[in-house]
Design a binder for this molecule. Structure first.
Ligand code: FE
Ligand code: FE
Ligand code: FE
Length: 179
């Protein structure tokens, strides 16, 4: 990979984010299915819709820059999502699994926040006004998603996980049958 200019770096960062978002599109339905808390399920489903829009924003940016979105695999997102997928295999108490799903999802959001923050800043420096605006919109969504996950965790889910037997959620057999 040749990094000869900030413009080249911007395109590389955007390709990484594009690939990461497409991996996330596949993972979010599985995470929603695994969640016991209906609020957490809704949160994942809502973020799935947002993620579809985020991919469309990136498509628009690539078109405007005259570049292809293809050509890069985000190894980090693959690793983060692999750790998330391991949770789905675990023999977990439902409220504890919900807490774990939030922890995994927040890692994903933090990665995206770092990537979009940098890409937004480069786009701005390079005078790509429309790209800057679109990247800022996505950055704001990722930050809000991270905050909502914290609210769900701190508001109820972590506390329920302290005493799983008092908060059984869906029995794990039911989750397996659905999976
Ligand atoms: Fe995203
Ligand atoms: Fe990456
Ligand atoms: Fe996200």
């Amino acid at each position: 990979m040749k990094l000869d200019s900030l413009e080249t770096l911007l395109v590389e960062e955007l390709r990484d984010l594009y690939n990461a978002e497409r991996q996330i599109l596949k993972a979010l339905p599985k995470m929603a299915k695994a969640a016991s808390s209906t609020n957490l399920q809704k949160g994942f489903q809502e973020h799935l819709q947002q993620t579809q829009t985020q991919v469309e924003r990136l498509d628009k940016i690539f078109t405007d820059l005259g570049k292809s979105p293809k050509g890069k695999k985000c190894e980090a997102m693959e690793g983060l999502l692999k750790e998330g997928a391991e949770l789905l295999e675990a023999d977990a108490e439902p409220p504890v699994l919900d807490a774990a799903l939030i922890a995994a999802a927040q890692r994903v959001e933090h990665y995206e926040i770092a990537g979009y923050g940098c890409a937004r800043t480069y786009a701005k420096l390079l005078g790509h006004g429309e790209a800057t605006k679109l990247l800022q919109q996505t950055l704001d969504e990722e930050k809000r998603t991270d905050e909502k996950l914290t609210e769900l965790a701190v508001g109820s889910i972590n506390t329920e996980a302290v005493d799983p037997e008092a908060n059984p959620g869906k029995p794990s057999s039911q989750r397996r049958a659905r999976g």
